[in-house]
Design a protein around this ligand. Structure first.
Ligand SMILES: [Zn+2]
Length: 54
């Protein structure tokens, strides 16, 4: 499943969500730290880098 990276506008916390594209379209993403719905989606290119197994 794809991983989506978010940055909270409220507290600056960065977090990732793993969900299907269908969930992504309907899900209301909130910050796990301050519970704010004010989150911005980040570029996820670094995810593929870190998840690569050597
Ligand atoms: Zn937050």
């Amino acid at each position: 499943m794809p991983t989506y990276a978010y940055l909270c506008s409220q507290c600056g916390h960065e977090f990732t969500c793993i969900m299907s594209f269908r969930e992504y379209k309907t899900a209301k993403v909130t910050c796990p730290q301050c519970n704010s719905p004010e989150v911005k989606q980040q570029m996820t290119s670094f995810i593929s880098k870190t998840s690569r197994k050597s």
